[in-house]
Write a protein that binds this ligand. Structure first.
Ligand SMILES: [Zn+2]
Length: 146
Protein backbone atom coordinates (compact mmCIF):
# COMPACT_ATOMS: atom_id res chain seq x y z
CA UNK A 1 0.00 0.00 0.00
CA UNK A 2 1.36 3.40 -0.95
CA UNK A 3 1.90 5.98 1.75
CA UNK A 4 -0.32 8.99 1.24
CA UNK A 5 1.34 12.37 0.81
CA UNK A 6 -0.26 14.65 3.39
CA UNK A 7 2.10 17.59 3.05
CA UNK A 8 2.11 18.09 6.82
CA UNK A 9 5.35 18.85 8.61
CA UNK A 10 5.50 17.38 12.10
CA UNK A 11 8.31 17.56 14.66
CA UNK A 12 10.53 14.49 14.96
CA UNK A 13 10.29 15.12 18.73
CA UNK A 14 7.02 16.95 19.55
CA UNK A 15 8.17 17.51 23.15
CA UNK A 16 11.12 19.53 21.87
CA UNK A 17 9.75 21.74 19.08
CA UNK A 18 6.80 24.13 18.93
CA UNK A 19 5.81 24.72 15.32
CA UNK A 20 5.28 28.31 14.07
CA UNK A 21 1.83 29.73 14.79
CA UNK A 22 1.71 31.41 11.38
CA UNK A 23 3.24 30.84 7.95
CA UNK A 24 5.92 33.52 8.46
CA UNK A 25 6.64 32.68 12.09
CA UNK A 26 9.69 30.96 13.49
CA UNK A 27 9.59 27.58 15.21
CA UNK A 28 10.74 27.48 18.83
CA UNK A 29 12.47 24.99 21.06
CA UNK A 30 10.66 23.91 24.20
CA UNK A 31 12.66 24.37 27.39
CA UNK A 32 12.27 24.85 31.10
CA UNK A 33 11.91 28.03 33.17
CA UNK A 34 12.36 28.42 36.90
CA UNK A 35 9.53 30.47 38.47
CA UNK A 36 11.69 31.16 41.52
CA UNK A 37 14.86 32.63 39.98
CA UNK A 38 14.00 33.04 36.29
CA UNK A 39 16.70 30.68 34.98
CA UNK A 40 15.96 29.16 31.58
CA UNK A 41 17.21 25.80 30.32
CA UNK A 42 17.22 24.23 26.87
CA UNK A 43 16.26 20.80 28.20
CA UNK A 44 13.23 19.78 30.22
CA UNK A 45 14.14 19.74 33.91
CA UNK A 46 12.44 18.94 37.21
CA UNK A 47 14.86 20.85 39.48
CA UNK A 48 16.50 24.23 38.82
CA UNK A 49 20.28 23.94 38.40
CA UNK A 50 20.77 27.49 39.75
CA UNK A 51 18.56 27.61 42.86
CA UNK A 52 17.43 23.97 43.35
CA UNK A 53 13.75 25.00 43.15
CA UNK A 54 11.42 22.10 42.38
CA UNK A 55 8.55 22.76 40.02
CA UNK A 56 10.25 23.94 36.85
CA UNK A 57 7.74 25.03 34.21
CA UNK A 58 7.60 24.32 30.48
CA UNK A 59 8.35 27.35 28.31
CA UNK A 60 9.24 28.17 24.74
CA UNK A 61 12.70 29.58 24.14
CA UNK A 62 13.80 32.47 21.96
CA UNK A 63 13.92 31.49 18.27
CA UNK A 64 16.95 33.76 17.71
CA UNK A 65 20.50 33.78 19.02
CA UNK A 66 24.16 33.90 18.04
CA UNK A 67 26.76 31.28 17.19
CA UNK A 68 28.76 30.65 20.40
CA UNK A 69 31.14 28.19 18.73
CA UNK A 70 31.01 25.77 15.81
CA UNK A 71 32.80 23.07 13.85
CA UNK A 72 32.59 22.19 10.17
CA UNK A 73 31.77 18.62 9.15
CA UNK A 74 33.58 17.86 5.88
CA UNK A 75 33.19 14.07 5.74
CA UNK A 76 29.67 12.74 5.09
CA UNK A 77 28.72 10.59 8.11
CA UNK A 78 26.89 7.34 7.21
CA UNK A 79 23.14 7.88 7.27
CA UNK A 80 23.40 11.65 7.68
CA UNK A 81 20.41 13.68 6.49
CA UNK A 82 22.71 16.66 5.87
CA UNK A 83 25.07 17.01 2.93
CA UNK A 84 28.70 17.74 3.89
CA UNK A 85 30.23 20.22 4.28
CA UNK A 86 28.00 21.72 6.96
CA UNK A 87 28.49 23.41 10.30
CA UNK A 88 27.36 22.14 13.69
CA UNK A 89 27.04 25.06 16.09
CA UNK A 90 26.50 25.76 19.73
CA UNK A 91 23.93 28.57 19.55
CA UNK A 92 23.38 30.88 22.51
CA UNK A 93 19.72 31.83 22.37
CA UNK A 94 18.80 35.46 23.06
CA UNK A 95 17.21 34.37 26.36
CA UNK A 96 20.32 32.52 27.55
CA UNK A 97 20.36 28.75 26.97
CA UNK A 98 22.95 27.22 24.62
CA UNK A 99 21.76 24.52 22.21
CA UNK A 100 23.56 22.37 19.65
CA UNK A 101 22.20 22.34 16.11
CA UNK A 102 23.27 22.16 12.49
CA UNK A 103 23.45 25.40 10.50
CA UNK A 104 21.53 25.16 7.23
CA UNK A 105 20.92 27.56 4.33
CA UNK A 106 24.12 29.34 5.37
CA UNK A 107 27.39 29.42 3.39
CA UNK A 108 30.20 27.68 5.31
CA UNK A 109 32.49 30.68 4.74
CA UNK A 110 29.89 32.96 6.37
CA UNK A 111 29.80 31.02 9.64
CA UNK A 112 31.65 32.77 12.49
CA UNK A 113 31.45 33.11 16.24
CA UNK A 114 28.85 35.79 16.98
CA UNK A 115 26.87 35.25 13.75
CA UNK A 116 23.20 36.16 14.39
CA UNK A 117 21.03 33.11 13.66
CA UNK A 118 17.38 32.12 13.79
CA UNK A 119 15.71 28.78 14.25
CA UNK A 120 14.45 26.86 11.26
CA UNK A 121 13.48 23.26 10.53
CA UNK A 122 15.20 20.65 8.38
CA UNK A 123 13.57 17.57 6.90
CA UNK A 124 14.46 14.39 8.78
CA UNK A 125 12.42 11.70 6.99
CA UNK A 126 8.79 10.61 6.85
CA UNK A 127 6.48 8.90 9.28
CA UNK A 128 4.08 6.03 8.48
CA UNK A 129 1.28 8.52 7.69
CA UNK A 130 3.37 10.27 5.01
CA UNK A 131 4.06 13.36 7.09
CA UNK A 132 7.46 15.03 6.74
CA UNK A 133 9.36 14.79 10.01
CA UNK A 134 11.35 17.91 10.89
CA UNK A 135 14.21 18.55 13.29
CA UNK A 136 15.56 21.82 14.67
CA UNK A 137 18.35 23.70 12.91
CA UNK A 138 19.51 27.31 12.68
CA UNK A 139 20.39 29.57 9.76
CA UNK A 140 21.94 33.01 9.37
CA UNK A 141 19.33 35.53 10.49
CA UNK A 142 17.24 37.01 7.73
CA UNK A 143 16.31 40.41 9.07
CA UNK A 144 13.97 41.14 6.18
CA UNK A 145 11.77 38.17 7.11
CA UNK A 146 11.15 39.28 10.71
ZN1 LIG B 1 15.82 28.68 39.90
Amino acid sequence: MAVAETGRRVPLNPDMIEMPASAGGLPRLVGSCCPACGARFAARRAICLQCAHRGIERCTLSPTGTVWTFTVVRQQPPGSILQAPYAIAQVQLDDGPIVAAPLVDTAIDAVRVGLPVEMTLCDAGRDADGNTLVAHAFRARREEEQ
